[in-house]
Write a protein that binds this ligand. Structure first.
Ligand code: EPU
Length: 430
């Protein structure tokens, strides 16, 4: 099985270009199901997850063609309405086909995703939202069957928690529903805004973009559209943190600086210099130690919905705090089980104690961090191990790297170009 081998302790320098956002590409690809024809999606990252979504669209009868960063999806002839367990188990975001299939075909059968490495992650709010629109949902043999005998009818839907994919699913289910749908306590993540732009380009009428109250006026018809995927803010944040952890100076280009307000604030407080430009960050140390690293102060972090600190950067930020001066409390409020990386970071010498939903991270001297074999448990945990491996002295070998390939485009190449010693290996032990 493939592994990633890192010889740590080197600063990162140069320029890294950010790819399109995985979590924007997935709902937008699903949205192509809403109306038959050829949709043009630009800046689509080539990742395991986007390939899985395209495979799922194929099983539903769509076809696609990739030319560089642009993907053309032809959804003229749909021949199915089922997302099979084999695909859903590898990518939970497969549930995003529920909303568009209900609009297009009035019926969808999608395997329930089950729990995952970061929490139980039920889809009860998605299903409750659909039922407000007049959809009947039943559960049989591990599959959700959703059916609407007549056209869906607009309704007011309130989410107890502002769920990201729940909001996206409801938007896609309501764009052609009769009358008005109001989504209260909607997610405000930039990826939701990107989907709204796509839906509006298709002819949908949606008000309230970037707010927690979305109003959808159902329309009679939609047409295929052209959309550009926004830059991946989580990939951007991962590189910002990586440079903070190793020292050096890096230009991060083709990104959207306004999408990371909480992270940049926390990094600056920790002692990192971040300059913001047009689609660009430049990151370096405010104060450099003798070995080129940044002098880092501990800061506390609490994950929250956007524009709060993203849960998808919690693990990476912890990998930074393990070498900061003092103690940092990292509080995870979105997912109940998102500390799987802690035991692996401890193998590198980190001093972390978990106390319920909080991790108490006592910074150790950078010289106290030493490479070791570690195992990736989920996508963002993998990124945190890469960051810790880049910062630690000696060799770190990360196994189960398929998690990383789900969400980071060409990460090894990008880090090599910045001067890191990182390459693919293989191990028969994992
Ligand atoms: N929740 C429910 N019931 C629901 C829906 C959500 O209880 O019906 C709970 C979840 O269990 C969680 C919270 O509500 O505790 C928020 O979950 P949300 O629904 O917002 O998460 P998601 O839509 O499943 C997306 C991203 C995740 C990201 C979260 C939070 C995609 C494809 N996935 O998941 O991304 O962590 O929002 O921002 O957009 C990743 O990229 O590594 C990743 C996990």
């Amino acid at each position: 099985m493939d592994t990633i081998i890192i010889e740590g302790g080197k600063p990162l320098n140069g320029t890294v270009e950010i790819s399109g956002a995985k979590n924007a590409a997935l709902p937008i690809l699903a949205a192509t199901l809403l109306v038959g024809g050829t949709h043009t999606i630009k800046n689509v990252p080539d990742l395991r997850d986007t390939r899985t979504m395209l495979k799922l669209l194929e099983t539903l009868g769509a076809s696609h063609k990739r030319e560089g960063r642009t993907v053309y999806v032809d959804t003229s002839g749909l021949s199915g309405a089922e997302a099979p367990y084999d695909l859903v188990k590898t990518m939970r975001a497969s549930v995003l086909v529920l909303g568009p299939l209900l609009t297009r075909a009035g019926y969808a059968r999608v395997s329930l995703p089950g729990g995952c490495a970061i929490g139980a992650r039920p889809i009860n709010y998605h299903l409750r939202g659909f039922s407000c629109l007049g959809v009947t949902t039943t559960l049989a043999q591990g599959y959700v069957e959703a059916r609407c005998e007549t056209t869906m009818t607009g309704a007011t839907v309130y989410f107890d928690i502002p769920t990201v994919t729940g909001t996206e699913n409801l938007l896609m289910a309501s764009v052609m529903a009769r009358g008005t749908t109001i989504i209260k306590n909607a997610a405000r993540e930039p990826e939701v805004g990107n989907l709204i732009d796509m839906l509006v380009a298709m002819g949908a009428e949606i008000e309230g973009r970037d707010t927690d109250r979305l109003t959808v006026q159902g329309v009679q018809s939609l047409q295929p559209a052209t959309t550009t995927i926004i830059p991946d803010r989580i990939e951007t944040g991962t590189y910002l943190i990586a440079v903070a952890a190793t020292g050096g100076r890096v230009d991060i280009t083709q990104c959207e600086p306004t999408h990371l307000p909480a992270l940049t604030e926390k990094l600056r407080t920790a002692g990192v210099t971040i300059e913001e430009g047009q689609e660009k960050f430049t990151v370096s140390c405010s104060e450099q130690l003798a070995d080129n690293r940044c002098r880092l102060e501990s800061v506390d972090v609490k994950t929250l919905v956007y524009p709060g600190f993203p849960t998808d950067l919690q693990a990476q930020f912890m990998a930074l705090m393990i070498q900061a001066d003092g103690t940092s409390i990292i509080h995870e409020t979105i997912f109940e089980n998102r500390f799987m990386h802690v035991a692996e970071l401890q193998r590198l010498g980190a001093d972390i104690t978990i106390d319920g939903a909080s991790a108490v991270v006592r910074g150790v001297e950078p010289t106290g961090l030493c490479g070791a074999p570690v195992m990736a448990t989920d996508l963002r945990a993998s990124a945190s191990l890469v960051i810790a491996g880049l910062a630690a002295r000696g060799t770190t070998e990360i196994s189960r790297i398929y998690h990383l390939e789900r969400g980071y485009e060409n990460m090894i190449d990008k880090l090599q170009a910045l001067g890191a010693t990182i390459y693919k290996g293989s191990s028969s032990l994992v």
